[in-house]
Design a protein around this ligand. Structure first.
Ligand SMILES: [Fe+2]
Length: 297
């Protein structure tokens, strides 16, 4: 049914919405039709619900224009909108429902660079001093608790200057990142540094939205990893420092309770102190549980 045109009656908001939605009825691509009609319906519903004014809509268009202008190969303001409005996490949750016991996924974030070097069991991620040493270790397992050998853990993190290597052109390219393979018993280990909270880029339209809304741009301390193994679903996730600030108000809503890990303080004379570590250090135990990648019947 299309909106009435002519006939002398007044055109209602409902008729306008119906006409815009119906304009996609002939779209041959069924999925595209669903997306466009859903977008139109929900945008119209938003305008109706909040009583959107013309000034507000003009401002929204100016903000979207500015978002496009500030975006380039290194700065992605649209992803920041997606992250800070919680859409990135929602889409991830819809795409990767994790069965009980499986490691939950979270945002990939903007600082992942593929091609990190393959490193030996226990190797140091840092190419230069970057914070308190943290020995990260555990196993990669399947849902039945069986070890997965030769799984790959692709790791990247920030240092105590809050920055990822990719944000520092002067830093060694492979600083604070690396790939590790599990041993026959599913075990892995590497020497990281204790990560620190950091702000998402907040000098653009998203930053101004956060200020206007009384929100902050901080993310709680975390280490990123992607865990891959043949025959299993790849999971992009984090280890969050369970003692970090901002766990309850992550600017991008990426915290899941199952991903919190305790950074245990260890003394300089602890017999388990990893080679090359001096002074106090931390240890973190974290297993990753992968789901079989079987096609649904
Ligand atoms: Fe991060």
């Amino acid at each position: 049914m299309s909106a009435s045109v002519g006939g002398g009656g007044r055109t209602t908001p409902e008729q306008l919405t119906a006409a815009a939605v119906a304009s996609f009825d002939g779209c041959a691509d069924e999925r595209l039709r669903t997306l466009l009609q859903g977008l139109t319906r929900h945008l119209h519903a938003l305008a109706v619900e909040v009583g959107l004014t013309q000034d507000e809509w003009s401002q929204a268009i100016r903000i979207l224009t500015e978002t496009g202008h500030i975006t380039d190969e290194r700065r992605q303001e649209f992803i920041l909108w997606s992250d800070t409005l919680g859409i990135s996490m929602l889409v991830d949750a819809l795409a990767h429902p994790a069965p009980p016991g499986a490691t939950e996924s979270t945002v990939l974030g903007p600082f992942y660079v593929p091609g990190a070097p393959l490193r030996e069991y226990g190797a140091d991620l840092a190419a230069e001093p970057a914070g308190d040493p943290a020995w990260i270790h555990g196993r990669v397992l399947d849902l039945a608790g069986r070890p997965i050998a030769d799984a790959e853990i692709d790791v990247w993190q920030n240092g105590d200057d809050r920055l990822y290597a990719v944000q520092r052109p002067e830093a060694a390219e492979d600083h604070l990142r690396g790939r590790f393979r599990t041993r026959a018993d599913g075990s892995y280990a590497f020497l990281a540094v204790r990560p620190v909270p950091y702000t998402i880029p907040d000098d653009g339209p998203v930053g101004r939205m956060l200020v206007a809304a009384g929100r902050h741009p901080w993310r709680p301390a975390h280490i990123h990893m992607i865990v891959r193994a043949p025959g299993y679903r790849t999971v992009a996730t984090h280890i969050f420092d369970a003692d970090s600030a901002y766990l309850g108000s992550d600017a991008v809503f990426a915290v899941k309770p199952s991903l919190l890990r305790e950074f245990v303080r260890r003394s300089a004379d602890d017999p388990e102190r990893p080679t090359g570590v001096e002074g106090e250090w931390y240890s973190v135990e974290s297993d990753f549980v992968l789901v079989d990648d079987v096609e649904p019947a």
